[in-house]
Ligand binder design. Structure first.
Ligand code: ADP
Ligand code: MG
Length: 728
């Protein structure tokens, strides 16, 4: 028999296996397993090492250990301090062990009497009995019946993601996988031998056996790495082909900018004839941070090249992205070209206009049509609220080139917006805009301006995205990071409080000291209307009780746009002490005097979102505080809140967030098609990801040599995308 191609196993239904009749087939289908391919790519969650099993009786105090045992007793109570405490006793044939969980009330449900579980922790001695505190728990659905299955004793047993609801046990899955492997025989390896050997990777057959049926626990990791590499290579091949398409079609603008221009500092003498960027930097009140200068250098290099720039600029709130973008705009304007700045809200658009007008006063651009050949830089704003005559004037100015910069919201995407010569597109807060919007704007540069070239694109985001995740999600964008804050900024102090009263005391103290506060209302499931109603109720509760006497404002997503802007403005102008709001404040409310933020039911928010939210305070000289309220109802929630208290580093937060949510969600966000990051870990496997990108880039030039790989990519991305990718 010739070696099997992996994807051909997708044509073999699970009912071809022994003991799988219609009922079993339906149960397996309900957890997404229809074919032998699905089975073989359902990987174990963990392994039980029965070659070196530890019996409860042998556990040594002071050592980390993992035991496999059954729950024989569980009860829950509160400690004198009011913390929740769940006490569990587990046992195997030889002995029993106490396990306690603090602040994890859900354990009582998870660990019902009779449940088998793996428990990992350090073993301690508590009043003469051995005890584990807050161990890592892995519950197995369905217990192994060792009496009837002696083959399972004394070897490594894979634990699969079983489903109690579907009635599919880990042991059953293990049996089916084993049968599939034995019957499949050899697998064809889609990777060229020299790639595999160069990276020291196992072949496919060995890796599938190693992940599912390891002889020793040490066999698992090399197998996992090989399979993870395959996942990365497929993904990176898609991205490499996409980049090649983009490049083949693009005609960019080579802006005139020299590397040395970026090094100019405030007060430096520059002559009249110097570039706009030089004059801008020399006239600016403060010097760029080192990170800003480095990033601006990267941008300038892109802009001076013939290919259009596609760059993602990342940096925490307050790291100074705006100034970098302004400098990039200066580069574009110097050559007589125009800039678009796209913001997610009207308030933010206004802020950008004000800061651009301020930064560009006293600077001028060349315009042959005016007397003297130079004129002041023209910056305008275009939103849904711009009135018709004003709008007509702005559209005319953009079309004839007398307006240099336009800042706006979605209104900029409208069909009748055209340019004389669009040089750069700046998009603020990327996560509000999709790839499509980027494309619409780029199209305007190419089709609706005299030049017919692709403008440069700079996307700014405060959402921390790890390098590895960016390589996956924003594979079409290069990336710059502002990893340094301007001087004099103190990190935000975050605490997690059970005590609501203490939290309102802090708010009152800050207001008494002349500062302002935000209260973020809980996320509410259901419609926006339900969430708004709950924010209104919370506003009324606070006004009548805990924050009585303070000047409260309200902001939620269901308010008409004009009311939202009004509420934001009143807070900005200091007419309101405390802004009670839903997450709508996440983007763009920028009030330096706000020093404290209370986040109610904080566990309901995602980690990255919480980090983003708290970035709204402490933007001025005074130190910011963030107070998280509410207890955590799950292990994950607890870890999120603890991480937030522990660090203010956005990238660390992002890594933890990624670890928690899993890499599969990333792929789903990027595109349709089969989720294909099951074993790959972006953080731990960064070396593999980098290697995969190189390999994929090389292989994309010689696809005819790797037909099986192409077949797999087709299979994973779906026919439509595949036809596009492989058409040339
Ligand atoms: P971001 O857009 O990244 O959230 P901003 O561009 O709004 O950050 O900058 C935050 C604040 O820091 C602004 O008040 C800005 O003027 C100031 N700032 C930016 N760069 C510098 C710098 N190099 N030195 C001092 N202050 C700076
Ligand atoms: Mg900003």
């Amino acid at each position: 028999m010739s070696p099997r191609r992996l994807v051909e196993l997708n044509d073999i239904g699970v009912d071809q296996l022994r003991h799988v009749g219609p009922k079993r087939r339906a149960a397996l289908a309900s957890i997404g397993i229809d074919t032998v391919f699905d089975l073989l790519t359902t990987y174990p969650r963990r392994y039980l090492d029965r070659t070196r099993r530890v019996d409860v009786a042998d556990l040594a105090v002071g050592e980390e250990a993992a035991v496999w045992a059954q729950v024989v007793r569980v009860r829950s109570r509160r400690t004198r301090q009011g913390r929740s405490l769940v006490e569990v006793t587990v046992a195997d044939e030889g002995g029993s062990l106490d396990v306690v969980f603090f602040n994890q009330p859900w354990r009582e449900r998870q660990l019902a009497v009779g449940t088998w579980a793996m428990l990992y922790a350090k073993v301690a001695d508590y009043r003469g009995r051995r005890q584990m505190t807050n161990p890592v728990v892995d519950v197995a659905v369905g217990a192994p019946d060792e009496g009837r299955d002696p083959t399972r004793v004394g070897r490594v047993v894979a634990l699969y993601p079983a489903s109690a609801r579907a009635g599919v046990t880990s042991w059953e899955l293990g049996g089916l996988v084993e049968e599939s492997l034995r019957r499949a025989g050899e697998f064809l390896d889609p990777l060229p031998l020299e790639v595999r050997e160069g990276l020291g990777l196992l072949d496919r057959t060995a890796s599938l056996w190693g992940i599912h049926l390891p002889g020793d626990v040490a066999d698992v990791e090399p197998a996992r790495r090989r399979l993870a590499f395959d996942e990365f290579v497929r993904l990176q091949l898609v991205l490499a082909l996409g980049r090649r398409h983009a490049r083949a079609q693009a005609r960019g603008v080579a802006h005139a900018v020299e590397p040395a221009d970026v090094a100019v500092g405030p007060g430096e003498l520059v002559d009249e004839g110097s570039s706009l960027l030089r004059r801008f930097l020399a006239g600016h009140p403060f010097a760029l941070t080192r990170a800003q200068r480095r990033v601006l250098g990267e941008i300038a290099a892109d802009m001076s090249a013939d290919l259009p720039m596609h760059r993602l600029l990342q940096g925490d709130v307050g790291s100074g992205k705006t100034l970098v973008a302004t400098a990039a705009i200066a580069v574009a304007l110097a050559g007589g070209r125009q800039a678009v700045v796209m913001a997610p809200t009207e308030v933010l658009a206004e802020q950008h206009v004000n800061s651009l007008r301020r930064d560009f006063t006293r600077l001028d651009v060349v315009d042959e049509r005016v007397l003297g050949g130079r004129r002041a830089i023209q910056v305008e704003v275009l939103t849904g609220r711009t009135r018709a005559p004003e709008r007509r004037r702005i559209l005319a100015g953009l079309a004839d080139g007398s307006i240099d910069v336009v800042v706006g919201t979605h209104a900029l995407l409208s069909d009748d917006v055209a340019f004389a010569a669009l040089g750069i597109i700046v998009i603020d807060e990327q996560h509000r805009f999709g790839v499509e919007q980027r494309a619409v704007l780029r199209e305007k540069g190419r089709e609706h301006s005299r030049e017919g070239r692709d403008p440069d694109v700079l996307v700014m985001t405060a959402t921390p995205i790890p390098r590895t995740a960016a390589m996956v999600v924003f594979g079409d964008l290069d990336r710059s990071v502002l990893d340094e804050m301007p001087e004099g900024r103190e990190p935000i102090a975050t605490s997690w409080l059970d005590d609501e009263d203490e939290c309102w005391r802090v708010v009152r103290d800050e207001v008494a000291a002349g500062h302002q506060a935000y209260v973020v209302c809980p996320l509410v499931e259901g419609s926006d209307a339900v969430e708004a109603a709950s924010a209104v109720a919370e506003f009324e509760r606070l006004a009548a009780g805990p924050l009585e006497g303070l000047r409260l404002g309200l902001l939620h997503g269901q308010m008409p746009g004009a009311d939202k802007d009004e509420a934001t403005r009143r807070f900005r102008d200091g007419d309101v002490d405390v802004l009670v709001a839903t997450v709508v404040i996440e983007v763009g409310v920028d009030v330096a005097n706000a020093t404290v933020m209370v986040i109610e039911d904080a566990w309901r928010f995602g980690l990255a979102q919480l980090h983003q939210l708290r970035g709204r305070v402490g933007r001025g000289a005074a130190r910011g505080r963030c107070l998280l309220l509410g207890s955590a109802p799950s292990e994950d929630a607890q870890a999120r809140l603890e991480a937030l208290v522990a660090t203010t580093d956005g990238f660390e937060i992002a890594e933890i967030d990624l670890d928690q949510r899993g890499e599969g969600t990333l792929y789903g966000a990027r595109q349709r098609g089969r989720s294909d990051l099951r074993l790959a870990r972006l953080r731990a496997d960064e070396d593999l990801l980098v290697a995969a990108r190189d390999v994929a880039t090389r292989l994309s030039e010689r696809l005819e040599d790797v037909p099986e790989l192409v077949e797999e990519v087709r299979f994973f991305v779906g026919d439509d995308e595949a036809d596009f990718l492989f058409k040339s």
